[in-house]
Design a protein around this ligand. Structure first.
Ligand code: GDD
Ligand code: GTP
Length: 425
């Protein structure tokens, strides 16, 4: 059998997802009508041999309770649980800490998914490669531009066999444009011993280098000890494990030609929303709004939302529960969250309108498109780096006829005058 682990992180992560993560933990933020982590589950549900899904993070237990209940309904054959780390243990630390639970039922393999990526999760294809090569590990890779590559884990592979020869996490200089998508398949016999080896090395090595040579050796050693111990518990797949695996294990890369994007900044929810909506359209999902003169596909409209028939929506728009879209409104490449209201003739482009926000009549809330595959949500305007996507935090008010361009607006603000290229606090 196989298990799937989803790494969901915790409240101190996802800080770049502010202000949206102030109100909802990033994995539960809705894109294309469903929480980010729900898209991982749909892919996992398509793998025949899955025994169990385990979400690991350091959010409070209560955070995922409702989500897990809903998921149990939608995916009745997929047992799902959440395991909480007592502190951030790193991407491999949590796996190791909960190894007994993971290994219960004797799975031969585990998928490990970063929750903050958006892709088609070709898990069955990865499993196929795993079988074909009799692998111990398979990583999902994608090609990005040379400028973008060093922001990710970089993979050097043998072109023919697809074997991973080198792995370097966020290298200082360019080594490859094949990058780590944050999705892995490991044999349980390979991954746990590899983590154990990394932990051993950790506990031996820092002592050697951090021993002070001065006379007051004892006091400085004591001061460091506590901190050192905590740090030793943090084990990261990327820095501590994957490099070694390339040297010593049957480690292969499956390169996806399908879409892939990271969901880090709040603005990156807009491209993720677009990609998942396009995928839903391709697979003939019944959830999408029917195309018409005023609906440019793909568009998701929650059944409880009220959209005036003269409003024009799409492409790549999601309208959340109970949102109200007035007559003559134009919404394109945007997410409108629960209970938001867009008054008549307003225009919302490349933006996220937060929960309970109000956009006035004839107002314009707009961002700027970024090149497909640029893997960034900031742009340079007049020599200054600004957000490409405009984000209104919850309960923001935008006055009638006000224009908001390339801004991030924290919750509860009232925008009465035009603003551009600003973070409004
Ligand atoms: N449970 C748990 N505990 N989860 C964690 C922890 C932790 O201590 N730290 C991070 N995570 C989760 C995050 O929520 C996220 O889903 C994933 O693990 C990776 O997060 P980061 O550690 O912030 O890494 P990154 O996103 O900068 O880079 C990783 O992903 C890239 C692809 O998006 C690396 O794997 C890169 O190599 C990769 O290219
Ligand atoms: P995540 O956003 O989930 O990674 O949570 P986090 O708490 O790790 O995010 P945080 O904003 O604290 O950033 C982590 C590291 O990335 C820090 O060293 C930041 O300086 C850096 N960082 C923050 N924002 C960006 C960004 O937009 N681009 C890049 N390349 N690095 C960033």
């Amino acid at each position: 059998g196989t298990k799937a682990i989803i790494l969901v992180g915790g409240p101190s992560r996802g800080t770049r997802f502010r202000p949206l993560s102030l109100d909802v933990p990033k994995p539960l933020f809705d894109v294309a009508g469903h929480p980010i982590v729900w898209h991982c589950l749909t892919a996992i549900a398509k793998v025949p041999s899955i025994q169990e899904v385990i979400m690991i993070g350091y959010y409070d237990e209560s955070v995922f309770r409702d989500f897990i209940k809903d998921a149990a309904h939608e995916f009745p054959n997929l047992p799902i649980k959440y395991l909480r780390e007592y502190q951030a243990l790193g991407t491999a630390g949590g796996l190791y800490h909960f190894r007994d639970v993971i290994l219960k039922g004797r799975p031969e393999r585990i998928f490990v998914l970063n929750s903050d990526v958006c892709c088609s999760f070709p898990l069955n294809e990865m499993a196929q490669l795993f079988d074909d090569r009799d692998a111990e590990a398979v990583i999902l890779g994608t090609r990005v531009s040379e400028d973008a590559a060093t922001n990710f884990g970089c993979i050097v592979s043998d072109q023919h066999s697809r074997r991973v020869l080198h792995y370097v996490e966020k290298p200082e200089s360019h080594i490859s444009n094949l990058i780590n998508c944050g999705v892995y398949l490991f044999s349980t016999e390979a991954i746990f011993p590899s983590i154990r080896t990394a932990i051993k090395r950790r506990t031996e090595r820092p002592r050697l280098v951090s021993y002070p040579s001065s006379e007051n050796l004892e006091s400085s050693f004591m001061a460091d000890d506590d901190d050192e111990e905590k740090k030793n518990e943090v084990i990261r797949l990327e820095q501590d494990i994957l490099g070694d695996m390339a040297d010593s294990k049957q480690f292969y890369v499956y390169e996806t030609k399908d879409f892939w994007r990271q969901i880090k900044t709040a603005g990156s929810a807009v491209p993720a929303n677009a990609l998942y909506l396009q995928k839903a359209a391709q697979t003939g999902s019944q959830e999408l709004a029917k195309p018409s003169a005023n609906i440019i596909s793909p568009v998701f409209i929650h059944p409880s939302a009220q959209v005036d028939p003269t409003a024009k929506l799409g492409p790549n728009v999601s309208i959340g529960p109970r949102a109200v879209i007035g007559p003559g409104v134009r919404v394109k490449e945007s997410i409108v969250l629960e209970d938001a209201e867009i008054k008549h003739d307003a225009c919302v482009l490349y933006s996220i309108v937060g929960w309970n926000s109000r956009v006035g009549a004839w107002a314009r809330v707009e961002g700027t498109p970024t090149p497909v595959n640029s893997h960034t949500t900031s742009i340079v305007k007049n020599g200054v780096k600004v957000q490409s996507i405009t984000i209104l935090g919850k309960e923001t008010g935008v006055g009638d006829e006000v224009r908001v361009q390339n801004c991030v607006c924290l919750p509860f603000k009232e925008l009465k005058r035009d603003v551009a290229n600003e973070v409004i606090m």
